[in-house]
Design a protein around this ligand. Structure first.
Ligand code: AMP
Ligand code: ZN
Length: 141
């Protein structure tokens, strides 16, 4: 995946401020942070979206997400009061870089950032139906 900027970061062909690295996972600073301390965690192998990542690799990535998130709470100067773990899949969900990644974003009360999700109308009946549909899909795997 030569064109992928995150693959280039993994290969050392693009600069990044690395926070953590092992055989399978890399964590580095987001170039346009929502708050100071905004870190991205990626599998080193290129997978476009979460559902493409093999389970063992996604578990390894998640372990690093947990460690980075914990460190952010304790990093002097960040004054972390909360975190968002964000993971976008697909252009419709706002994914810009198609190498799967988790965002760990430190939050401060009053920092002004907000998710503006628009809610759909749902009833107990529609939620029951969707629960069954999704469950059936999971059972079919
Ligand atoms: P997403 O919208 O979830 O695909 O987020 C992509 C993220 O990658 C954005 O937060 C960008 O700021 C970040 N990003 C893009 N290019 C770079 C880069 N060269 N180094 C670090 N972060 C980057
Ligand atoms: Zn890539």
């Amino acid at each position: 995946m030569n064109a992928c900027i995150f693959c280039k970061i993994v290969a050392g062909q693009l600069p990044a401020h690395r926070v953590y690295e092992d055989e399978d996972v890399l964590a580095f600073m987001d170039i346009n942070p929502i708050n100071h301390g905004h870190v991205l965690i990626i599998p080193k192998v290129h997978y476009a979206e979460l559902r493409s990542i093999p389970l063992a690799t996604s578990t390894a990535v998640w372990e690093v997400v947990k460690k980075v998130e914990q460190a952010i709470w304790q990093t002097p100067g960040l004054s972390c009061e909360g975190t968002n773990i964000l993971q976008n899949n697909g252009a419709a969900a706002g994914q810009d870089v198609f190498h799967a990644h988790f965002h760990v974003i430190p939050r401060l009360s009053g920092d002004g950032s907000r998710f503006r999700f628009k809610l759909v109308h749902s009833t107990d009946e529609t939620r029951k139906e969707w629960a069954e549909s999704i469950k059936n899909q999971m059972d079919a795997k």
